[in-house]
Write a protein that binds this ligand. Structure first.
Ligand code: 7RM
Length: 632
């Protein structure tokens, strides 16, 4: 894998140029360092109009052989996963590459016994424990497609995702700890399964030892089923373009999409970007604080680090429990050298003061990463001075669920950084900025919508079960280009700075949400007639959720309606989607054609009521004044 590592800024520019001049040759040479059962016939075939992209077609491989088997000779006893539990007084766990290999094989055999076959979908709804990582690789080992659902999502969201992918098996646990309070995951699964007809088997990991209900037909204890399972499980040969996983993500419509990633391209991209962005060394301990339920967890807790033979730390807890020093205690305890987190976490810890990082040594740290949302200058500086103690590189990594891995980012200690800039594209990434007329802006200094004009190995291939929707979402706004949904600026150094979403997607604490999705949830309340949701700047969450709601003339108090609406949203999506502000209104600013003018609602939510712009196309402009008067 050494041959894929860029070692200087000059080399970056050289490699970048090569990747543009002859992409096939470039990626063939990178792909050469992986373990293949059969090499490819063609490196790349692509068409952005029909949206058909194939990388390494004709090749066969299994990603788990690349994550595990190939490391056994040299790194069998090296720690692959360190697990840090929620409770700081509990023992952490260390799994060597050899142990992890054995556990993945046993779990794969457990799935096989339940009748899981290549191409079957398996839903993973689990706490942050090593078994969750093991579960994903067990699926990949036998060619099953994993679909991870973040354990903070509601029964309804879980059911929707299980049904959309027609999952046959669910892997879960009795409960999950998040800070001080345990949550009974199994109850949520039980509730979801009332709406899921295809699920034949539920494996339940014993974790919190909470009491759970039991369905004799479907439910099995993980530890009982795995007891007799062998540590030998041959890796299923997968075609390069066979599906590896589905991961649901929110868009501008109400229904989340199942983003599909395939085997070879994703593998190459996850490993290549991990190694070049983070520049890990053999004895590093690497910690990404994301949850496996998000793409960051897939690519940079699990696949990227393990493909690279690194030690990856999994943390079950939250940054502020038992106190705001938890992250830094974990860094010191495990001598973490590379730390990757989200701006929202940094901002929330900033609010507790610099005493917490000051109390810790943090001497093991060399590189700090940021992901999920734009990082503001203040948070960047705090991260740099108080966590990095002024001597660590910061990599602000821009990417998406759809891109599979990092697209624009500094390479640690190689690319000169500038606060709030994600800087330069990875080799193979060809970003363009498009103006309001859909024209690509050729000047270096430019600001517009961010598109990518050439395929990269890790890109999504489709949205599960609906290719038309995929084409529509990503390739119809600007024909021939992949549209990211983000606005972006390019400066005189050709550095990129991501401004944030330009569509109806909001980013709340690094969680991506569709405003339509939240509106649909609010509308489930029996007294709600209509609602409109927008994002507004929030000091810690990045964006907060502001909901304008029209209710019927029921006699219940605003206070009780507010409370009930929050409950409904929690129940339909999950607590992460609860609006921060609810304003009851008697009308919404609509155009004559019935479209809500969100621009106006965004302005009011921002507190900027002076420059609402042209409201003359509104059906009833007086609505705006009444909303302004009642704004929070
Ligand atoms: C990895 C992830 C994707 C959206 C994306 C952006 C925003 C992510 C950054 C960022 C500014 C960054 N996947 N985003 N990283 N914005 N700077 N470094 O977050 O699918 O959940 O979200 O997140 O808006 O489109 S995601």
């Amino acid at each position: 894998m050494e041959n894929m590592r860029i070692k200087s800024l000059e080399e970056y520019h050289q490699r970048y140029a090569e990747s543009i001049e002859d992409p096939e040759r470039f990626w063939a040479s990178i792909a050469d360092s992986f373990l293949w059962k059969k090499k490819w016939d063609r490196v790349l075939q692509w068409d952005f109009n029909r949206f058909d992209v194939k990388w390494f077609d004709g090749a066969q491989l299994n990603i788990t052989e690349n994550c595990l088997d190939r490391h056994l000779a040299e790194r069998g006893d090296k720690t692959a996963i360190i697990w840090e539990p929620n409770n700081p007084n509990m023992q952490s766990r260390h799994l060597s590459y050899r142990q992890l290999h054995a556990e993945v094989c046993r779990t794969a055999n457990m799935l096989k016994q339940a009748g899981v076959k290549k191409g079957d979908r398996v839903c993973v709804y689990m706490p942050m424990v090593p078994e969750a990582a093991i579960a994903l690789m067990a699926c990949a080992r036998i060619g099953a497609i994993h679909s991870v659902v973040f354990a903070g999502f509601s029964a309804q969201s879980l059911a929707d995702r299980i049904n959309d992918a027609r999952c046959k098996v669910v892997l879960t646990a009795d409960g999950v700890y998040r800070g001080a309070k345990p949550i009974i995951l199994k109850d949520i699964v039980d509730e979801a399964l009332l709406k899921c007809q295809d699920v034949e088997r539920v494996f339940v990991l014993r974790h919190t030892e909470s009491a759970v209900r039991w369905n004799e037909t479907t439910d099995r204890w993980w530890h009982e089923e795995i007891r007799e399972c062998s540590e030998l499980c041959p890796a299923e040969p997968m075609d390069a373009e066979d599906m590896l996983f589905i991961l649901y993500t929110s868009g501008s419509t109400g229904k989340p999409k199942g983003v599909v990633h395939t085997t070879a391209g994703y593998m190459v991209w996850a490993a290549y970007t991990f190694q070049n962005v983070f520049q890990p060394e053999e004895n590093d301990v690497y910690w990404c604080t994301a949850d496996l339920g998000w793409i960051t967890g897939h690519s940079y807790i699990l696949y990227g680090p393990l493909l690279s033979g690194c030690t990856t730390l999994m943390f079950e807890g939250i940054p502020t429990w038992p106190d705001a020093g938890r992250f830094w205690n974990v860094v010191d305890r495990h001598k973490v050298s590379i730390f990757y987190t989200a701006p929202t976490a940094i901002r929330s810890l900033m609010a507790f003061g610099e005493e917490y990082p000051a109390k810790a040594s943090l001497a093991s740290l060399r590189t700090l990463g940021s992901v999920g949302e734009p990082i503001n200058e203040e948070a960047w500086q705090w991260y740099h001075h108080h966590v990095g103690k002024g001597r660590c590189a910061i990599v602000d990594t821009w990417w998406q669920t759809e891109t599979g891995g990092i697209m624009i980012s500094p390479l640690a200690h190689l690319t000169p950084t500038k606060p709030t800039f994600a800087t330069l594209p990875m080799p193979g990434v060809q970003p363009v900025l498009v103006d309001a007329n859909g024209q690509v802006m050729e000047e270096t200094i430019a600001e517009g919508n961010l598109c990518i004009r050439f395929p990269w190995p890790g890109m999504l291939r489709t949205t599960y079960g609906d290719h038309e929707r995929c084409k529509q979402t990503y390739f119809s706004t600007y024909p021939g280009l992949y549209f990211t949904g983000d606005g972006c600026r390019r400066d005189h150094d050709a550095y990129y700075r991501i401004n944030g979403r330009v569509d109806d997607v909001i980013n709340v604490s690094g969680h991506r949400m569709g405003t339509a999705e939240v509106e649909n949830a609010i509308n489930e309340h029996p007294h709600v007639i209509e609602s409109a949701v927008v994002g507004y700047p929030h000091p810690i969450k990045g964006q907060g959720i502001y909901a304008y709601i029209i209710c019927d003339n029921s006699t219940s108090s605003e206070e009780s309606k507010r409370k009930e609406i929050l409950e409904v949203v929690s129940k339909v999506i999950g607590p992460i989607a609860k609006p921060d502000k609810i304003q009851f209104v008697d009308g919404l600013p609509k155009t004559r054609s019935g479209k809500i003018m969100r621009r106006i609602l965004r302005k009011i939510a921002e507190g900027d009521t002076d420059s609402l712009g042209d409201t003359s196309t509104l059906l009833d402009p007086s609505v705006v004044d009444r909303i302004k008067d009642g704004s929070i």
